[in-house]
Ligand binder design. Structure first.
Ligand code: ATP
Ligand code: PRP
Length: 209
């Protein structure tokens, strides 16, 4: 049978994911020495690893070309729908927050507020929950800039240590939700390759508790 294929989010989550796979006994030397290769074997050809941008991990898993994925809850909330979330892997911990310039009374006044974010769907759901109409502007990065240059009244963004907010004179006015890395599975793979997937899930569970 073909090895199970796992899509891993490259960047911030990459190193810890590889460390976890090594901790449960799979040799990841090929991934660590990948060069420009995009599909790598791990273990004794037990799995194939694909390294992809976060949102693409979900696309590959949803389309069934990858059986499993490791991706942040932020990406799942923003993009995800038809796959199973199997496990909270307990790393990549950060939070979504609503932040503004320090000492701003964000909720005062009757004018429609403008929010800049990389995560328009998460932002829409957050304000819908409050029955609050906001204008959302999609930004691709360095979201903290938007209130500083006068583009937005606030931002919804990821906060980990809080140092980016602090360095730019911004503060959290409300926490939106917690984020961490998750193991996800394609719905058909979970039925067809249940035993193999459950075995991996159990091993990961044992080291992430
Ligand atoms: N401080 C943080 N900022 C952003 N993401 C974080 C942070 N800490 C943990 N994460 C998690 O790491 C994941 C990957 O983040 P990373 O910045 O590597 O990629 P990205 O968000 O796609 O950004 P880029 O477009 O710069 O590659 C996020 O989706 C999130 O789950
Ligand atoms: O609370 P902190 O520890 O400061 O981390 C949070 C910052 O890190 C992320 O940005 P990233 O470095 O991914 O750059 P980006 O803004 O270009 O996406 C996030 O969007 C915040 O800006």
């Amino acid at each position: 049978m073909k090895p199970l294929r796992i899509a891993l989010t490259k960047g911030r989550l990459e190193k810890t994911t590889i460390e976890l796979l090594e901790k449960i006994g799979y040799n990841c030397d090929e991934v660590k020495n990948k060069g420009r290769r995009l599909i790598l074997p791990i273990g004794n050809n037990d799995f194939e690893v694909v390294l992809a941008k976060a949102a693409d991990v979900i696309t590959y898993v949803e389309h069934g070309v990858c059986d499993l994925g490791v991706v942040g809850k932020d990406t799942i909330l923003e993009n995800g729908s038809s796959f199973y979330e199997l496990l909270d892997l307990g790393f990549g911990k950060c939070r979504f927050a609503l932040a503004t310039k320090k000492d701003t009374d964000f909720y005062s006044g009757y004018n429609t507020k403008t929010i800049a974010t990389k995560y328009p769907n998460v932002t829409r759901a957050f304000f819908d929950d409050k029955d609050m109409d906001v204008r959302i502007i999609k930004i691709e990065g360095s979201v903290e800039l938007a209130p500083l240059v006068g583009l937005a009244d606030g931002i919804v963004d990821i906060v980990e240590t809080g140092s980016t907010l602090k360095a730019n004179g911004l503060e959290v006015i409300e926490w939106v939700c917690d984020i961490s890395a998750r193991l996800i599975a394609n719905t058909a793979s979970l039925k067809l390759r249940k035993a193999e997937i459950e075995e991996l899930q159990k091993k990961l569970e044992a080291v992430t508790k």
